[in-house]
Design a protein around this ligand. Structure first.
Ligand SMILES: Cc1cc2nc3c(=O)[nH]c(=O)nc-3n(C[C@H](O)[C@H](O)[C@H](O)COP(=O)(O)OP(=O)(O)OC[C@H]3O[C@@H](n4cnc5c(N)ncnc54)[C@H](O)[C@@H]3O)c2cc1C
Length: 505
């Protein structure tokens, strides 16, 4: 039997593969692409609206992107980089709306102010410093700051009402923040791809093996999960956009660049409220500070969400201990990922992160009432009966060797690519879907070097006008780009005001 041959095989139908397939088809419509998904639906793992927080991560409200050093200084570089990368995604989505590949923006993105909220002297001091540094940069020009409870009550009544005591409080706000239904975004992208010739989607099929043949092609084995029937595909390029499933496939590929990586899975849960009367009273994403000892991805936040067109409030995430790499995965995922190559780094991370493991187990053991007590720090009048628990997606944090060969745990995202550009894998989960466009442009730059130099770079500028230039450094370019994206995506720019409003004078 002759194997089917494609130019590119993308494993997984999440936002990453959907974005990469879209870019490839825009750059070369003659390319044959096969997307393979083990589940029966597109984007049913991390990219689904209910499985992630839907925050358009731009560093506006996430305090963990601006760590404070021992000298009290607040580092803003990571927030600047993430903000600029989010602008890349927004430019791509704007272009795809204009070309009819994406529907009206409110089908997947909605303006939702991004607020950071803190209490206590030290935290207020931190937020003020953070505000002063960030708002001085053009990327964060529209940021407002207040320590006045009356102002804060206007911004987020549910958070302020019923708050007792006179501890100092402070918040920053960016009005043009976004809530994104990444599930809807992804399904719309795949829907448009399916209308194009040369694109094929195979649902209910799992990639079980991949092997490089003598030349530059990969032989990929797919298994039909219902019938068990196996099939061979030959692909010139393979993208492992399999979310939590990317690490095991990277290990199977045997590429030297993938050696030594391990994964540390973390599950998540939310409290969800769909009572319209309550939902209507909150219109923001309000991020706080992570509890001491908590991992960065468990920063608590109270969010307005619009998922599949329906508004809801979400609070969390409550992280948890798990051994599964995918929500619909197997309890054996973690143990099966241990090999001679990554045994030492994984043991190192296990031994050096006992506190994290204990924290995650403690989170799982919480009762509904315990969770509601945490919620009350952000919504003092919350009632347990209005909220129910929902399971979020899985994150697989990266374990890799440090310079001394010891294992370390990383909370970011990493692209691992074969030297010859025939395979790439995306590991990790943060800042995630928000920066999908830049992450997939990185794939193009690492794996399609000749084509990029041969004309794709120029074409990319039609999709992402700022491509090749720095939005962190170029204020005029940002202004141009942002004016366009905010209006195309319906995220109206806040009128620049005096911003800094402090109650104490
Ligand atoms: C709790 C939580 C909160 C988050 N919050 C945010 C947020 O607020 N903002 C943000 O930008 N990002 C957030 N993220 C991250 C974001 O959800 C992910 O980075 C993004 O969805 C990853 O997309 P993906 O396409 O790589 O993976 P996925 O969406 O997980 O897709 C991978 C797909 O591959 C399939 N697959 C796996 N193995 C195989 C195989 N062997 N064969 C075939 N198919 C396979 C899976 O079934 C799945 O459908 C969050 C994630 C979590 C878990």
């Amino acid at each position: 039997m002759n194997a089917i041959k494609v130019d590119a095989l993308l494993v997984g139908s999440g936002v990453m593969s959907a974005t990469l397939a879209t870019l490839l088809k825009k750059l070369d419509s003659s390319m044959s692409i096969l997307m393979v998904e083990r589940l029966d639906q597109v984007a049913a793992e991390s990219s689904d609206g209910w499985n992630n927080a839907g925050t358009g991560h731009a560093g506006y409200c996430e305090l963990n992107y601006t760590p404070q050093g021992a000298d009290g200084d607040v580092a803003i570089e990571r927030a600047l980089a993430i903000n600029a990368n989010f602008e890349i995604s927004q430019q791509l989505w704007s272009s795809l709306i204009a070309s009819g590949d994406l529907p009206a923006p409110d089908q997947f993105i909605n303006a939702t102010p991004h607020i950071s909220f803190v209490w206590g002297e030290k935290n207020v001091e931190f937020l003020r410093k953070r505000y002063e540094k960030l708002s001085a940069h053009h990327l964060f020009g529209g940021m407002e700051y207040s320590e006045d409870p009356a102002v804060l009550e206007q911004w987020m009544p549910l958070v302020m009402n019923g708050r007792e005591g006179n501890e100092p409080v402070a918040a920053t706000r960016i009005e043009h923040g976004a809530d994104i239904d990444f599930g809807s975004l992804t399904r719309n992208l795949v829907g448009s791809l399916e209308k194009q010739s040369g694109f094929d989607l195979r649902l209910g099929h799992e990639v079980t093996a991949l092997k490089k043949n003598g030349g530059n092609n990969w032989h990929v084995t797919l298994k039909n999960r219902k019938t068990g029937k196996k099939e061979q595909i030959t692909a010139g390029f393979v993208f492992l956009g399999a979310g939590g499933g990317a690490l095991p496939l990277l290990q199977k590929s045997g590429i030297p660049e993938g050696k030594g990586y391990g994964g540390f899975p973390v599950s998540g849960q939310w409290l969800v409220c769909q009572d319209e009367k309550i939902v209507q009273q909150h219109h923001a994403k309000v991020y706080g500070k992570a509890a001491i000892g908590a991992p960065p991805m468990s920063v608590p936040h109270l969010d307005t969400r619009i998922i599949n067109g329906k508004p809801a409030l979400l609070f969390g995430p409550y992280a948890g201990f798990t051994t599964q790499f995918l929500k619909a995965g197997s309890k054996l995922d973690l143990i099966k990922s241990v090999s001679l190559n990554n045994l030492k780094p994984m043991v190192d991370v296990g031994l050096n992160n006992m506190d994290l493991t204990k924290y995650l187990i403690g989170e799982v053991m919480q009762s509904h009432q315990d969770r509601v007590e945490t919620l009350k720090q952000y919504f003092p009048d919350a009632k347990a009966e209005d909220w129910s628990l929902a399971q979020a997606g899985q994150r697989v944090q990266i374990i890799k060797k440090d310079a001394k060969g010891r294992g370390k745990l990383e909370f970011g995202t990493e692209l691992v690519a074969a030297e010859d550009g025939t395979l790439a894998a995306l590991l990790g989960a943060s800042p995630g879907a928000s920066v999908a466009a830049q992450a997939m442009i990185d794939v193009l730059e690492r794996c399609f070097r000749m084509r990029m130099d041969g004309g794709w770079k120029k074409q990319l500028k039609n999709l992402v006008p700022s491509y090749g230039q720095s939005l962190v450094e170029n204020a005029d370019l940002l202004k141009q780009v942002r004016n366009n994206t905010l209006s195309t995506l319906g995220l109206h720019e806040h009128e620049e005001t005096e911003g800094y409003q402090r109650s104490a004078g």
